[in-house]
Ligand binder design. Structure first.
Ligand code: DMJ
Length: 389
């Protein structure tokens, strides 16, 4: 919050999703880790400011909100005034904590209603498209992706179940069903034997994986332990294969950092084919999956792969004042984009740190990471009691 002390009084536009995952998630984690009341009260204050975005005919929130006036609207680029799956589907963890900490059920009610709308709407082949109308509650476009626009919706299903101490069976069922549909329709193997998750446009596959989609190795690893006995090993293998493919996207570049998107077509495997997809903006998803795979398997290759990333970041991204994204991963002399995204500290470096420390540091038995890697406690009854003392 340093540098923007008046954030909630600003009259500008704010992304509901980003305010939630970066600020509310960060404040909640700071509260749980320190016990300092100020973090709790600021998280709640900010949460209240987001509530007007839910005043739509369906209760599906709009993506952009003016924190001063409470007016909200949809992103100009989102088709036909729609809301984005990865945005309205990535509020659950934080909002449940807001209700628990405040004793005010309104936050939990908002996200439970989102789930109700999603359960009601018909899903093509069991898949969740990325664009939903907040007015009608119907899909606006049939684009499905486990990368950008869809990604953290799936992540929050399995994490909601884990955070509830495995009581929220509805979330687990939604996760299991969604993953089954994804596997059936989107998971493919390249000629060279690399497993990847394609995108789906009204039934037509786009054989492309975004860097963002690389979080899915970690997510599937996290869920694997809790899958039906006969499916466990299958999901461990799937998670390992996807993580390996994402590693290949790093390995096949000159910088040993991965591109924004890579493709599997016309003889290309795990490499960007378009100039506009060759950049790396310090994103965390690949090291995030290394961290989960390490904790699941303790295979030393994940630490080796993580160390390769550390070296590449030092070599190509370190600048005088910090770290910068690069414009092209396929040159040994990349130019910098002069930007250190906040998720570099919140996620990329945190996941690298966790990859190299003991499993009991922020143990996955006690914490879930929100999608910006801010740790939130699992709702163990005894743990809750100790926090409240
Ligand atoms: C992060 O802000 C979050 O992880 C979000 O869910 C999508 N990815 C970015 C970083 O790449």
């Amino acid at each position: 919050m340093k540098g923007s002390p008046h954030l909630i009084n600003l009259n500008g536009e704010a992304s509901l999703f980003e305010v939630n995952i970066r600020y509310i998630g960060g404040l909640l984690a700071a509260y749980y880790l320190t016990g300092e009341e100020v973090f709790k009260s600021k998280a709640l204050e900010l949460g209240e400011k987001l509530l007007p975005a839910f005043n739509t005919p369906t209760g599906i929130p709009r993506g952009v909100i003016n924190l001063g006036s409470g007016m909200s609207w949809s992103w100009g680029w989102a088709s036909a005034g729609s809301s984005i799956l990865a945005e309205f589907g990535t509020l659950h963890l934080e909002f449940l904590h807001l209700s628990e900490l405040s004793g005010n059920p309104v936050f939990a009610e908002k996200v439970m209603n989102i789930r109700k709308v999603l359960n009601r709407v018909e899903k093509p082949q069991g898949l969740y498209p990325n664009f939903l109308s907040p007015v009608t509650g119907n899909w606006v476009q049939h684009h499905v992706s486990i990368g950008g626009l869809g990604d953290s919706f799936y992540e929050y299903l399995i994490k909601s179940w884990l955070m509830s101490d495995k009581k929220d069976s509805e979330a687990k069922k939604m996760y299991d069903d969604a993953l089954e549909a994804i596997e059936k329709h989107l998971v493919k193997k390249s000629a060279g034997g690399l497993t990847y998750i394609a995108e789906w446009r009204g039934g037509i596959l786009d054989h492309k994986m975004g860097h963002l989609a690389c979080f899915s190795g970690g997510m599937i690893a996290l869920g694997a332990e809790h899958a039906r006995e006969e499916r466990k090993q299958h999901y461990v293998d799937l998670a390992a294969e996807i993580t390996n493919t994402c590693h290949e996207s790093y390995e096949r570049s000159d910088t040993k950092l991965g591109p924004e998107a890579f493709r599997f077509d016309a003889g290309t495997e795990a490499m960007a084919t378009r100039l506009s997809e060759r950049y790396y903006i310090l994103r965390p998803e690949v090291v995030e999956s290394y961290m989960y795979m390490w904790r699941l398997t303790h295979d030393p290759k994940y630490r080796q792969w993580g160390w390769e990333v550390v070296k590449a970041l030092e070599k190509h991204c370190r600048v005088e004042a910090g770290f910068s994204g690069i414009r092209d991963v396929y040159t040994t002399t990349p130019t910098h984009d002069n930007m250190q995204q906040s998720f570099f500290l919140a996620e990329t470096l945190k996941y690298l740190y966790l990859l190299f420390c003991e499993d009991d540091v922020l143990s996955l038995d006690d914490w879930v990471f929100n999608t910006e890697a801010h740790p939130l406690p699992i709702n163990h009854t005894d743990f809750k009691a100790s926090v409240q003392q």
